[in-house]
Design a protein around this ligand. Structure first.
Ligand SMILES: *Cc1c(COP(=O)(O)O)cnc(C)c1O
Ligand code: SF4
Length: 379
């Protein structure tokens, strides 16, 4: 077993282990109170899908002990996750509708997304794929969404072979996104097999890997892994950093290993309440990313996913912060502020100049086809 695999196995997944590092707040305790080995306590008040708990020790080393610590907010569960707001659902992006095969999403003409598994390095409490990413086996915790395991539960290489057949018949697809779940939780051999299957079917595919592993478990980025990915260029990697304090020296070294191997690095952040919903934090984040060789690509408005309302920073605030940031940051340092239109409208960049029309507490946003969607200003 490699070092990173040992560290992955040694993640903190139990309340008692976490309590050795910090004192839980009443809201955090209430979340853990719902969990008992073998399942959730039956409770009709718990409306949102359940996402397990896991933290890497590397992440914990960067996390402050205060309840409002930006890394703690992202990763220690609170009981507010049980809540579902009227504007929320478990699949607001209608990904299921655009899924020609299990674990493959073809929503935009020229790119597809392939789910490379259901496991992650740690579980982000705002995760918008919570209806399918969380693997109960990974943490020994239950997974309370029926009918999910049979949709992508088969061998990942079998699914990749089917997906590559699909891509042979769909030449309009130019980019393949490996996402999930986190593709870099797979061992090197599986990752190699996956890439080989897709490249054998379509040598012209641009591959993008979406992973939070360089940030949450930097030891995963071994020199052999970086070299391996480098041999399959062009491969782009999209990481996810939400707060500058996530970029510890070990993380920066991992990113530099990827950069030296010829992997272009981009970042996607999620706009999160109490984490990065301020101009100052977002400015520091952009400059820290660029210093680490990473281009700020997207800042995403949080999707209207059940159980994440307490973490979503409102669209109105995002618009005003981004309008101010644009005056102060270089083009390279400025991420695109984007929202995935609920109801399957797809991703759009939020217009800032002029900002979208606001009426009755909703912004009116238009998709590329000219269809209008509304999005709650304060939701
Ligand atoms: C986000 C996303 C993509 C990639 O979109 P980009 O704007 O090119 O980053 C592709 N497919 C799906 C289903 C997505 O959600
Ligand atoms: S790494 Fe991505 S898929 Fe995994 S829990 Fe975090 S947001 Fe969800």
């Amino acid at each position: 077993m490699e070092l990173w695999q040992q560290e992955w196995k040694d993640r903190i997944t139990r309340r008692a282990e976490l309590e050795r590092f910090l004192e839980l707040t009443p809201e955090e305790r209430a979340w853990f109170d719902r969990y008992e080995p073998g399942g959730w306590k039956a409770d009709p008040a718990f409306l949102a899908p359940f996402l397990p708990f896991a933290l890497t020790r590397s992440w914990l080393g960067r996390m402050g002990r205060q309840p409002d610590d930006p890394l703690r907010i992202q990763t220690v569960p609170r009981i507010a996750e049980a809540r579902q707001l009227p504007c929320e659902s478990s699949d607001p992006l209608f990904e299921a509708v655009h899924s020609p095969l299990p674990g493959l999403v073809h929503r935009y003409e020229d790119r597809v997304l392939f789910y490379a598994g259901r496991q992650c390095g740690l579980y982000c409490r705002y995760c918008f794929r919570r209806h399918l990413t969380a693997d109960p086996e990974a943490t020994g915790q239950p997974f309370a969404e029926p009918g999910v395991s049979d949709s992508i539960g088969r061998s990942i290489c079998d699914r990749a072979r089917e997906a590559s057949q699909y891509l042979k018949g769909h030449r309009e697809v130019k980019e393949l996104l490996l996402s999930g779940g986190d593709p870099l939780t797979l061992p090197d051999e599986t990752l190699t097999a996956l890439i080989e299957i897709f490249r054998a079917a379509r040598g012209d595919l641009i591959i993008r890997i979406g992973s939070r592993m360089p940030v949450v478990l930097p030891s995963r980025i071994t020199s052999p892994l970086a070299r391996l990915l480098g041999t399959y260029a062009p491969i782009y990697m999209i990481i996810q950093v939400n707060h500058p304090r996530e970029l510890s020296p070990e993380v920066v070294e991992a990113l530099q290993r990827l950069g030296r191997a010829g992997i272009p690095l981009l970042n996607q952040s999620v706009f999160l309440r109490g984490v990065n919903d301020s101009e100052g934090v977002l400015r520091d984040l952009s400059s820290s990313l660029l210093a680490a060789g990473v281009i700020p690509y997207y800042l995403f408005q949080g999707d209207l996913v059940a159980g994440t309302g307490h973490l979503r920073a409102p669209l109105s605030k995002g618009i005003s912060i981004m309008r101010a940031l644009r005056q102060r940051l270089s083009g390279l340092a400025t991420p695109r502020y984007a929202v995935d239109l609920p109801g399957g409208g797809g991703k759009i960049v939020v217009p800032l100049d002029p900002p979208p029309r606001l009426d009755g507490g909703n912004y009116h946003l238009t998709d590329p086809q000219g269809r209008e969607f509304s999005y709650p200003a304060e939701g």
